[in-house]
Design a binder for this molecule. Structure first.
Ligand SMILES: NC(=O)c1ncn([C@@H]2O[C@H](COP(=O)(O)O)[C@@H](O)[C@H]2O)c1NC=O
Length: 533
């Protein structure tokens, strides 16, 4: 391990003499090169970057002039040379470093503006293995790390915003401050770490390693949050390289800043509503749906979703899977709603929402593909859990009817609808549904029978509001995991369910099937469990 050398303190102000610019994305390059040139900073660049600066009529040296080596091996070797890295790493005020720089004719490089080969977007474009490999930048991260390590003397920029901060400092003070250089270094190391996370994640997938020895998750700040789940917790929202439509890539058109819980709830709502092909609406409260329905159009889906539990829907998150129209917006704004998330909205709908200043409207320009493979993460004390996304999707062909009575076609439709909703309800989950509308949802209880009872209470109260004994009369009951005993199923039957869908697989399945037969209901096993904790 290298010992900490006894360097003199880094200067607060560094007046830069030379900048090295090496960019794959040349946007903004000429503007910055012009500004640096005006500030009297000498420019050095790699081939393509140099050509762009030269084309703009600005003076620039080719890095090959410094190294005495041409760019070679298809650009794999351009800047990997002691003259470049010595110029970035040399501690100017350390006598031994200054002597080495002098002895080997190494000139200091005081500013480095470097982006990296576009590895992430190359992967995203679906490029083949070799193209992805060639887009792994080696020289760029090496320079960024050298410059960031030597932040005592060098200002390292990994994006245009950082470069603008340096130009602003030079324009104001003629120098970069140590504080600024430290901040830039922290940002630079975060960039190379995120880049390596993308490369290592991609490579693990290439060799089909679902549990690599080391795992990095990278994100880019989407939004600082006023606080976390509670006001005494800090919070921030990060976007990953995955461009899936959804809450992280949504445009917020209006309303107060989104909070931590709003984002979590909007995600839960958006992921569930995307499961349905028909016009659908999901109302979420505290990460669980409190009403879900499909309909001929969004207005009808919304009204039916609301009818399931209008009390819980107050202050909830509403997600839909079609662009919103004016009439949809009028219905939704009838009660207090925190967030509306939709793939789009027409001008008339937006005008209606605009009158509700506090309502946050998020447009996703698409829906998350429920069948898209990916990973989900969860932190635990001292670690984190990783699992693949739950891609379970049950079709009629997956069902095994285990009772004497066969379900009707309508019952099968309701079973599948209820089971889809149950997949998005915290365990233990019981969902009663009829005609593409949830009738009652029981979520997050420590035993299944309680979930069945709570769902029954919701269905009864919603029914009473419509002059019916219960919305669960003639409903399908979905249980996201098997019934360990017959008691939960009997609660469902008592609530009015005439069909049940559940994974099966309990050692007491025979007992549960016998209870179903005894009550004359139809029951289907899915063979797949959809826990959500
Ligand atoms: N190999 C090297 O020595 C090297 N040095 C810089 N680069 C990258 O080359 C790109 C710029 O190339 P150009 O200026 O030739 O268009 C930058 O994204 C930079 O990160 C390199 N490329 C890849 O590793």
């Amino acid at each position: 391990m290298p010992a900490a050398p006894d360097f003199p303190p880094a200067p607060d102000a560094v007046r830069p003499v030379r900048a090295l610019i090496s960019l794959s994305d040349k946007s903004g390059l000429v503007e910055v090169a012009q500004a640096l040139n005006d500030l009297g900073v000498e420019l050095v660049s790699t081939g393509g970057t140099r050509a762009s600066i030269e084309k703009a009529g600005l003076p620039v040296r080719d890095v090959a002039d410094l190294t005495g080596f041409p760019e070679m091996m298809d650009g794999r070797v351009k800047t990997l040379h002691p003259v470049v890295h010595g110029g970035l790493l040399g501690v100017r005020n350390a006598p031994a470093h200054a002597e080495a720089m002098d002895q080997h004719s190494i000139g200091p490089i005081d500013i480095a503006w470097i982006d990296l080969y576009p590895f992430e977007s190359t992967v995203e474009s679906g490029a083949g293995f070799e193209a992805c490999i060639e887009n792994i930048d080696i020289g760029g991260p090496a320079m960024i790390r050298s410059a960031a390590k030597n932040h005592g003397h060098v200002a390292v920029c990994v994006d245009r915003d950082a470069m603008d901060q340096v130009i602003a400092a030079l324009t104001a003070d003629g120098a970069t401050s140590l504080n600024l250089r430290k901040q830039l270094a922290a940002r630079a190391f975060a960039r190379t770490a995120a880049y390596d996370a993308a490369v290592s994640g991609w490579f693990a997938a290439q060799v089909e390693d679902a549990a690599p020895l080391r795992k990095s998750i990278a994100g880019t700040l989407a939004q600082t949050l006023r606080y976390g789940e509670n006001p005494h917790q800090t919070g921030a929202f990060y976007r990953t390289a995955d461009r899936r439509p959804g809450v992280a890539n949504a445009r917020q058109l209006q309303g107060k800043e989104l909070g931590y819980n709003n984002i979590a709830d909007a995600d839960a709502a958006c992921e569930l509503v995307a499961e349905f092909a028909e016009p659908a609406c999901v109302i979420v409260k505290h990460a669980n749906p409190c009403g879900v329905a499909v309909g001929a159009d969004l207005s009808s889906a919304y009204q039916r979703a609301l009818a399931c539990d209008a009390v819980s829907a107050f202050g909830g998150v509403v997600a839909v899977n079609r662009p919103l129209t004016e009439s949809d917006a009028r219905l939704i704004t009838d009660i207090f709603t925190e967030v509306v998330i939709a793939p789009g909205a027409d001008d008339a709908a937006m005008a209606v929402f605009a009158a509700k200043k506090n309502l946050r409207l998020l447009l996703t320009d698409g829906l998350p593909d429920p069948m898209q493979a990916g990973s989900v993460f969860r932190s635990v004390a001292g670690g984190f859990l990783v699992q693949s996304r739950d891609l379970a999707r049950i079709t009629p062909a997956d069902l095994t009817i285990v009772t004497k009575r066969q379900p009707s076609d309508a019952e099968v439709r309701d079973m599948l609808f209820a089971f889809t909703v149950a997949k998005h309800v915290k365990s233990n989950a019981i969902v009663y549904a009829k005609d593409g509308q949830t009738a009652g949802i029981g979520a997050g209880q420590m035993n299944r029978r309680d979930s069945a009872r709570i769902a029954a209470i919701r269905a009864r109260e919603a029914g009473e509001a419509q002059g019916l004994p219960s919305l669960a009369e003639g409903s399908a009951c979905a249980s996201e995991a098997f019934f360990p005993f017959a008691d939960g199923l009997l609660e469902a039957v008592a609530a009015g369910a005439t069909s049940v869908i559940q994974p099966g697989g309990s050692i007491r399945d025979a007992e549960v099937i016998a209870a179903a037969d005894d009550k004359g209901i139809a029951m289907a096993f899915t063979g797949a469990r959809v826990f959500r904790h």
